[in-house]
Design a protein around this ligand. Structure first.
Ligand code: TXA
Ligand code: MG
Length: 328
């Protein structure tokens, strides 16, 4: 098992020696290694069983470091960095040669972010290299929002988990790409489209099929996925929730009257989207450990971080067997 602790110096030492450490961020826990050391980065791919074509995010100590790793940085990207860093937004930009191809999975672009967590910012200040860090889960599974989640899934593969408490946001960062010069949102997250639009124009957002036309498996990549089958959509009597007493409901705000309350989980009783986001992955993990038949999850209101919640639930609902899996 890994040691869970608060020793930032020890974490820095392991990382300087080319090792891998789980680190806290405000979004989810990351599995970190020296982003400029290909042997170290290779360990991340190995531990997560991550497909080699899926690039990693570089975590920086501050926005001033951007130029070292990215070039041709558009004005809009600088504005987002100044406005939202440290914070839950990742910027994809043309990469500098110093970033190894393995870290970006062969892409000519690099994803950068300054995480907003005091422990990890302190750690980054101690290091003279950036940290490559995907979410600290086995590829395709639910991202960890507590040190114990990392221990459960990867504790036998790493030696140290730097404990920074529960993640404040609980969902991965928003990703904005500037590789075509104009801003495109690649992944919804805590920094919302509305917030970004206050500063710059967005030309594209992830396409989302309407809930009524439940999307055919195969159209989307499966990840954030529990082992239990998850059905995503409005929950009604017709959804089949009563077909088995071992089905569980994951509701946004209210209990459904047609099933026992004991089989229902609520993301936010007050209907608060931020609270729902923070609870989402932990509740999914908990339900997944209960050996239930099926999980029925309803959409959150689709604005703000609700878009990110629905994005993760939709991907969690995709049957891995029908999928060309592209896990994170
Ligand atoms: O909040 C977060 O972003 C967390 C914490 C640990 O910082 N990290 C995270 O990393 O979610 P990961 O690897 O689980 O997801 C990163 C996503 C992947 O979908 C990857 O394909 C995409 O970022 N990505 C990374 N580099 C990219 C690039 N150059 N171009 C396009 N997408 C990229
Ligand atoms: Mg991930």
């Amino acid at each position: 098992m890994a040691e869970i602790g608060h020793d930032i110096e020890l974490a820095a030492e392991i990382l300087r020696n080319g090792g891998v450490v789980a680190i806290p961020t405000e979004t989810v826990y990351g599995l970190a290694a020296n982003a400029l050391n290909t042997d170290a980065v290779a360990k991340i791919y190995e531990i997560k069983q991550r497909p080699s074509f899926n690039p990693l995010i570089l975590h920086l100590a501050n926005a001033a470091q951007m130029q070292r790793f990215a070039k041709d940085i558009p004005h809009g990207a600088k504005i987002l960095a100044e406005t939202f860093w440290p914070g839950p937004i990742t910027l994809v930009l043309p990469k500098q040669a110093i970033v190894p191809d393995l870290t970006t999975a062969g892409h000519s672009s690099v994803a950068l972010r300054v995480p907003n967590h005091p422990v990890t910012l302190q750690l980054l200040e101690l290091l003279d290299f950036p940290l490559a860090a995907p979410s600290a889960n086995p590829s395709g599974y639910i991202s960890p929002t507590k040190a114990e989640h990392v221990q459960e899934n990867l504790g036998d593969k790493i030696s140290y988990i730097l404990d920074g408490g529960p993640c404040k946001i609980g969902l991965e960062s928003t990703i904005v790409s500037f590789v075509d010069k104009q801003a495109e949102i690649l992944r919804f997250g805590a920094i919302t489209q509305e917030q970004i639009s206050n500063y710059i124009d967005i030309i594209r957002t992830p396409t989302i099929a309407p809930f009524e036309n439940i999307i055919a498996p195969g159209m989307l990549s499966s990840h954030y996925a529990p082992k239990t089958t998850l059905i995503f959509g409005e929950i009604t009597l017709e959804s089949g929730v009563r077909n088995s007493p071992n089905n569980v409901l994951l509701n946004f705000q209210n209990y459904k009257i047609f099933v026992p309350e004991a089989t229902q989980f609520i993301l936010s009783k007050s209907g608060n989207l931020e609270e729902a986001a923070k609870n989402l992955f932990e509740m999914l993990r908990k339900i997944d450990s209960m050996e239930v038949d099926k999980i029925f999850a309803e959409p959150a209101p689709s604005f703000g971080i609700g878009l990110a919640i629905n994005d993760r639930l939709r991907r969690a609902s995709i049957n891995v067997n029908n999928e060309n899996k592209f896990g994170n």
